[in-house]
Design a protein around this ligand. Structure first.
Ligand SMILES: Cc1cc2nc3c(=O)[nH]c(=O)nc-3n(C[C@H](O)[C@H](O)[C@H](O)COP(=O)(O)OP(=O)(O)OC[C@H]3O[C@@H](n4cnc5c(N)ncnc54)[C@H](O)[C@@H]3O)c2cc1C
Ligand SMILES: NC(=O)c1ccc[n+]([C@@H]2O[C@H](COP(=O)([O-])OP(=O)(O)OC[C@H]3O[C@@H](n4cnc5c(N)ncnc54)[C@H](O)[C@@H]3O)[C@@H](O)[C@H]2O)c1
Length: 451
């Protein structure tokens, strides 16, 4: 039998990999983690964590606005440089702390770009490293539009590091990244334009809630242009000019290209080892194994239809840890995956959508829960907060969408009901805190739920 340097090699140190790297080391495997950038990947350094920290101040402004003429006076203002300094103070040390934790756990960390040499070997800065099993968890990177003036475009990573806010910011794309950032900088006083190629935004989320959020953005002064294909960007005396195929011209000071994310596979030399992939990522079977034995993929780099999110990457990492330590031989089985757009208010989604439910009335039925209007004392004056719930024929909850400031917490509660198939009698065995939006929503959904 060939002796390799390691039992398991992980390429990439994000959530897709690090949970398994630590767990397998603890299970007695010899493990190496290779990372070309900061340890811990996108979510920790350039994604969710940095975003939600900056969003905190905008969320306070948004919630305070609901009490204008209802007992609260005066205007709050974001000091962006100070907020950015707080972001750096909080986020910047995390990668070092995690690297120390990985080392303390016994994981070998190697810095550099990994590229395949053969099916058990990668090269990193001229050093060859071998392993029995290899997990590719290299994530995604921002798409860059191939247009004239593309050098003037910025991505989400640069946005999350902006030292000063420009007067006018333009986002290309009306997806999750754009609309979260658009509301954040609007709350900080920047004029915002959004230019979207398609005729709708945030596909995959409940349309009526997306429309509510878009209407709110319009009232706040955010310009959103649909059905516009950006053709070119040029420099002007005062900033930049974005032009579209139809002739729309937007003068602006800073442009974010948020037209999606593409898998990080170009540097891996996958052709050399014959690992199959397409433009959406690496192809895997139901054990997350590629077409090459002993090479697996995890997280955002996988070609998959389910949401490419941190909790999905973590779930896959935990699955691979169990698989490679012989705790399971079963195929991966994904539960319902909760997803949140951190606009103000938030839009959350889990499980079967109302669109799917409406298309198959023999299987599902819907209930709309206007908890913001009905439970004013339990919400912070958000009368349009609402949930749309999907039940199957036995009245089990199988899907939910929520629009409201506490949607991330409420969707987690609803996700638990869905994934554990909780009935009303099971839920009634618990005593929840009151007043709270959870208990309010529970009281309103009880009549519909399986007894
Ligand atoms: C702005 C933004 C906000 C987001 N907000 C949320 C959110 O609120 N909630 C949520 O659930 N998800 C969010 N996401 C998505 C989330 O960040 C990803 O789903 C998650 O990071 C995926 O983890 P991963 O480990 O698969 O990939 P990553 O975290 O991207 O890690 C991959 C790592 O591999 C490294 N790498 C790549 N190629 C090589 C190579 N050849 N050799 C060595 N190393 C390599 C990369 O440098 C990177 O560190 C957000 C993403 C962005 C960009
Ligand atoms: N809260 C979260 O969970 C969260 C937050 C941010 C990012 N993410 C992750 O990052 C991914 C990427 O987010 P994203 O917002 O960049 O991508 P996205 O796919 O959500 O949105 C991209 C948008 O750009 C539009 N577009 C594409 N080409 C265009 C063009 N030439 N001109 C104008 N518009 C164009 C698309 O039609 C789409 O609406 C998400 O799908 C998710 O996996 C998650």
């Amino acid at each position: 039998m060939t002796n390799y340097d390691y039992d398991v090699m992980f390429i990439g140190s994000g959530h897709a990999n690090w949970h398994a790297a630590v767990a397998l080391t603890q299970a007695g495997k010899k493990v190496v983690l290779i990372e070309k950038d900061l340890i811990a990947g996108t979510c920790t350094n350039y994604g969710c964590n940095a975003k939600i920290l900056l969003d905190g101040a905008a969320d306070v402004i948004h919630q305070a606005a609901a009490y204008q003429k209802k007992g609260l006076a005066g205007n709050l203002k974001i000091n962006w440089p100070e907020l950015m300094a707080y972001k750096h103070e909080t986020i910047d040390p995390i990668h070092q702390l995690l690297e120390q934790q990985f080392a303390a756990a016994g994981v070998d960390v190697v810095k550099g770009v990994a590229s395949f040499v053969d099916q058990h070997t990668v090269i990193v800065d001229e050093k060859q490293i071998t392993a029995t099993d290899i997990i590719i968890g290299t994530g995604q990177k921002p798409n860059r539009l191939p247009i004239s003036g593309k050098e003037f475009l910025h991505d989400s990573r640069e946005f999350l590091d902006l030292p000063e806010l420009p007067e006018h910011m333009t986002f290309i794309g009306a997806g999750i990244v754009s609309l979260e950032f658009a509301m954040l900088v609007q709350a900080a006083g920047t004029k915002v334009s959004v230019i979207e190629f398609a005729d709708s935004a945030l596909r995959g989320f409940e349309k009526k809630y997306v429309d509510k959020a878009l209407a709110k953005m319009k009232v706040l002064g955010i310009d959103i242009h649909f059905n516009e294909a950006v053709k070119a960007v040029s420099q002007t005396n005062s900033g930049f000019l974005v032009t579209t195929a139809s002739g729309l011209a937007v003068e602006t000071n800073y442009i974010v290209d948020a037209t999606g994310r593409i898998p990080n596979i170009a540097e891996l030399n996958l052709e050399k080892v014959g690992v199959n992939f397409d433009r959406t990522g690496i192809l895997v079977d139901d054990h997350l194994q590629t077409n090459v034995a002993h090479i697996y993929a995890s997280g955002d780099v996988i070609a998959k239809k389910i949401p490419k999110l941190t909790p999905t990457a973590t779930f896959e990492s935990n699955y691979l840890a169990a698989l490679l330590s012989n705790q399971t031989t079963a195929a991966i089985q994904y539960p319902a995956i909760a997803s949140v757009v951190f606009t103000l208010p938030r839009i959350a989604q889990v499980g079967i959508t109302s669109q799917e439910a409406t298309a198959t009335p023999e299987k599902y039925h819907l209930a709309t829960i206007p908890f913001g209007a009905r439970l004013k004392f339990q919400t912070k004056n958000e009368p349009d907060a609402e949930a749309t719930l999907v039940f199957d024929q036995e009245n089990y909850l199988v899907g939910a969408s929520v629009y409201g400031d506490e949607a991330p917490e409420l969707i987690n509660f609803l996700t638990m009901i869905i994934s554990q198939k909780l009935t009303l009698s099971k839920l009634n065995k618990a005593i929840f805190a009151f007043p709270s939006q959870t208990i309010g929503l529970l009281s309103m959904l009880s009549p519909y739920l399986k007894k």
